[in-house]
Write a protein that binds this ligand. Structure first.
Ligand code: RTP
Ligand code: MG
Length: 139
């Protein structure tokens, strides 16, 4: 399988609860190489645009409020089969359904506040990575 990239954010709850180090350790120990990394905070416009696909959903306002309430850690990650393997590593959207040992099972608190984001396709990984990073921040 070709080496490729995915995009992740440690969401505001993961940062607030002090899990940046543990989550990054789990990611690198699982074979992902960090291509780009930064702590930043999304504006309302950023979050509305990033999650535009969900703008008709009942939880959209809550999601934007949550994603902008504090800093996040954004990263581009590289590994064979990166998108699918990273979704496996983070676990189900609802931590109550997340498999044992997954990042959401370990660190998420609810369906809305679920500690991490993971891109759902190669195409979205490229779009989301470019949303947060310029070419000269990728190594
Ligand atoms: P993500 O995009 O953040 O990696 O999460 P995902 O693919 O597992 O889930 P998705 O369906 O894309 O939903 C995006 C985020 O919206 C919040 N959400 N809240 N309260 C709710 O019913 C609800 N449903 C989704 C979560 O933060 C979810 O990760
Ligand atoms: Mg998603």
């Amino acid at each position: 399988m070709a080496t490729n990239r995915t995009f992740t954010m440690i969401k505001p709850d993961g940062v607030e609860n002090g899990h940046i180090g543990a989550i990054l350790e789990k990611i690198t120990a699982s074979g992902f190489r960090i291509v780009a990394l930064k702590k930043t905070q999304m504006t309302k416009a950023d979050a509305e645009s990033f999650y535009a696909v969900h703008n008709e959903r009942p939880f959209f306002g809550e999601l934007v409020e949550f994603m902008t309430r504090g800093p996040i850690v954004a990263a581009i990650l590289e590994k064979e089969n990166a998108v699918a393997d990273f979704r496996t590593l983070i676990g189900a959207t609802n931590p109550a359904d997340a498999a044992e040992g997954t990042i959401r099972q370990l660190y998420a608190t609810s369906m809305g506040e679920n500690a991490v984001h993971g891109s759902d396709s190669d195409e979205n990984a490229a779009i989301e990575g470019a949303f947060h990073f310029s070419g000269r921040e990728m190594f």
